[in-house]
Design a protein around this ligand. Structure first.
Ligand code: HEC
Ligand code: HEC
Length: 292
């Protein structure tokens, strides 16, 4: 009897390792063979299942209480791909996100072989067949970066313009907090829109949690304090601003503000992010703006 059970168990395990017998065609006409999908499956069981769950729903054994929650991969919606809001990531996006991880979340950088990295990328697409499977599905469009009109020599100018774009032109403070005094914001409004600001919202200096397409509220980060998930360089800030954060309410800014202003915002956010490593400078800066 024992042997029968053992044999049964062994055959189950063997079967579990090769759940795919056929190739699949994913968005962009990518054909992936069953051996790759099976390698992706075993890689996923080894490294990803405890958070993202056996069926990809984001509810693996360790998901409870995690903020942000592990992505529900059955939704087929991803926050940090470099594609316009809601469109499908390219393999390079998944490779980057899995290799680098997402700062300040439980999604760590995964040091796996290139072969396994690509295999697990293909495998996680099978959790959301409604968006991925079929030759008719298309990948997200890429937006050409425009040349940086500032460069290191004009950094101060870029930051000064970025502050105005942030608070007045793009009104990032509808979700994020303000980083300027009320008198500066009012003067900038006069300069750009012709009149000073008569009264400010009481939550000007607060982060405003947003409803999202995930089943939790997303909190816009304070750039001087929180780790920014997908940001590892200044260039990453630029890319994030081009494309936005899908499903979280944060839109892409291409065609909403001028190309040069996306660069100005990039320098500005970077200048705020630099305060994160210097608590004294951060405290002094925040004290100087609030209440003025
Ligand atoms: C310890 C928990 C944990 C493990 C293990 C883990 N992840 Fe994640 N993962 C997360 C969390 C949390 C997020 C959501 C981060 C956020 O929303 O900012 C995430 C997000 C993602 C995303 C979405 C990225 C986007 O742009 O929205 C993908 C894809 C992903 N993980 C794939 C993987 C793969 C593949 C593995 C295994 C190699 C893995 N994860 C292992 C916790 C984990
Ligand atoms: C409609 C609300 C909303 C507006 C408007 C908005 N954001 Fe965001 N932003 C968010 C939310 C929410 C997040 C966090 C998303 C997440 O991690 O789930 C975010 C995240 C970010 C990030 C971090 C991305 C990362 O990788 O962690 C940057 C940088 C950013 N916003 C810059 C801006 C700038 C600059 C503007 C104005 C041009 C702006 N945002 C306007 C809601 C908004």
């Amino acid at each position: 009897m024992k042997f029968v059970i053992l044999a049964l168990l062994l055959s189950l395990v063997a079967c579990e390792k090769t759940p795919f017998v056929e190739s699949k065609t994913f968005a962009g006409g990518k054909v992936v063979d069953s051996a790759t999908l099976n390698l992706g499956y075993t890689t996923y069981l080894e490294y990803c299942v405890q958070c993202h769950g056996a069926n990809g729903d984001g509810k693996g054994v360790s998901w409870a209480g995690m903020y942000p929650a592990p992505r529900n991969l059955t939704q087929g919606l991803y926050k940090f791909a470099n594609v316009p809001y809601g469109e499908l990531p390219h393999d390079a996006d998944f490779h980057r996100i899995i290799r680098k991880g997402l700062n300040g979340s439980a999604m760590l950088p995964w040091d796996i072989s290139d072969e396994r990295l690509d295999a697990v990328t293909q495998y996680i697409k099978t959790f959301a067949p409604q968006v991925w499977e079929g030759a008719d599905k298309t990948l997200g469009t890429k937006i050409e970066a425009t040349p940086d009109p500032y460069g290191p020599g004009k950094k101060a100018e870029a930051i000064a313009r970025g502050a105005k774009v942030y608070h007045i032109v793009a009104q990032c403070t509808t979700c994020h907090r303000a980083y300027a005094s009320k008198s500066d914001i009012s003067n900038w409004n006069k300069e750009i829109n012709g009149s000073p600001i008569a009264s400010f919202d009481s939550n000007l200096y607060e982060l405003k949690p947003q409803d999202s397409e995930y089943d939790y509220k997303v909190i816009p980060p304070d750039f001087t304090y929180h780790p920014l998930r997908s940001i590892f360089s200044t260039e990453d800030i630029y890319q994030r601003l081009l494309y936005g954060v899908s499903g979280s309410g944060m839109p892409g800014w291409k065609d909403v503000v001028a190309d040069d202003d996306i660069w100005a915002l990039t320098y500005y956010v970077e200048s705020l992010r630099e305060l994160k490593s210097n608590t004294q400078a951060r405290d002094a800066f925040l004290k100087s703006i609030e209440g003025n």
